[in-house]
Design a protein around this ligand. Structure first.
Ligand SMILES: [Ca+2]
Length: 363
């Protein structure tokens, strides 16, 4: 019954005056819509729409946690707890990496998608504590402390990376933080998990496939409703060019978008090719930003939603959606035109932080 009520309230839209209590879980490994998502979350926190309880990385042995801290610091919230998984999950500077990144190695020796996060640590020295995610606290203890301290049924978890931390959290035993095991603690404290994951109607999606075992366990055992902004929704909803082209001093959000979005002229030369790569005139596919919008503001007025269940199937990270009007999951579909959703996201990303750190000199 509780699950039905939660889904009904989510479908009806966010009408609760109290700030939504959010735990944000991101990969920060190669793609950069994560940066936009965390920026939107801070902007909504500045407006009193949400409270950010913790910010976790779902990857380890890389600059992910430091990058999260740079953005938290930019928005004046350097104290937000951070952590990363231990022992399992995606490791290093890419999903298939096998060795730890050396945070002191010259930037020029690093290539690939993780470069942008390593560069944040160089450009914003002093804005973070953990250059390597492995040195940060265990995500399990961060989650358990954050959940145990909150009222029952009040927390929304928003994951925009791998599902490693959700699986590990469910498997935690009782400890001195809480007498409840992980599954019981989640059932008691979490209202909703919003996940950027999976691909409608079926396929192999980045966040689901690279730690597929954790995805399978988390989706099968999670005891609360789960709402998805999946690959198929976000791929042609674009955001970020506005912040990339924003006038005024540099900041870490602008740096990442300005450095990673192809020019309008480049996209105009072959827009179909760039769409396949997740880029449009509006910027980058807003998979992760649409997820935080869903987590804080709910389904209305932005999205329609279908009930059902996502399951991991096969042996190679494939997922599959099964429509079911009594299912435990929701997936969002288009209601407001995606161009307008992108502008809602851009407006959040363009807001100045209320207590921003002074930006360093451009390097
Ligand atoms: Ca992500």
């Amino acid at each position: 019954m509780r699950m039905l009520l939660i889904i009904a309230s989510l479908l009806a839209g966010a009408s609760v005056a109290a700030p939504v209590k959010v735990i944000f879980d991101t990969d920060m490994i190669s793609d950069f819509d994560d940066v936009g998502a965390l920026a939107c979350l801070h902007a909504m926190a500045d407006a009193g729409e949400c409270e950010i309880l913790a910010t976790l990385s779902s990857t380890r042995g890389n600059a992910s946690v430091g990058a999260i801290e740079v953005i938290n610091s930019y928005y004046g919230r350097p104290e937000i707890p951070v952590g990363a998984p231990k022992g399992i999950g995606v490791f290093g500077e890419g999903p298939k990496a096998t060795r730890k990144v050396d945070p002191d190695a010259p930037l020029g020796s690093h290539t690939g998608g993780h470069y942008k996060y390593r560069k944040l640590l160089v450009d914003y020295k002093g804005w973070y504590r953990y250059a390597d995610a492995d040195d940060s606290p265990d995500a399990n203890s961060v989650y358990r402390k954050a959940l145990a301290a909150q009222p029952d049924g009040s927390v929304v978890i928003c994951s925009v990376g791998f599902m490693t931390n959700m699986r590990r959290l469910l498997e935690t035993p009782p400890d001195d933080i809480s007498p409840l095991d992980g599954t019981a603690l989640v059932a008691k404290k979490v209202r909703l998990w919003v996940a950027m994951a999976c691909m409608y109607p079926s396929g192999r999606e980045y966040n689901s496939m690279f730690d597929a075992e954790s995805s399978r366990i988390a989706l099968e055992r999670w005891p609360t409703p789960v709402a998805f902004s999946d690959f198929s929704y976000g791929r042609d909803c674009f955001a970020g060019r506005a912040v990339a082209e924003q006038a005024g001093p540099r900041n870490p959000v602008k740096d990442v978008f300005a450095g990673n979005i192809p020019s309008r002229e480049t996209i105009a030369e072959d827009s179909a090719k760039w769409l396949r790569c997740g880029f449009g005139m509006g910027g980058r596919s807003a998979w992760d930003e649409t997820s935080v919008l869903l987590a804080v503001r709910g389904v209305e007025p932005y999205f329609n939603a279908e009930r059902g269940a996502y399951r991991m199937v096969g042996s190679d990270g494939e997922d599959e959606w099964a429509p079911d009007e009594k299912g435990p999951h929701l997936r969002i579909t288009e209601k407001m035109p995606k161009g307008e959703v992108g502008r809602v996201i851009d407006e959040l990303m363009l807001r100045k932080p209320q207590t921003a750190k002074a930006c360093p000199q451009a390097r």
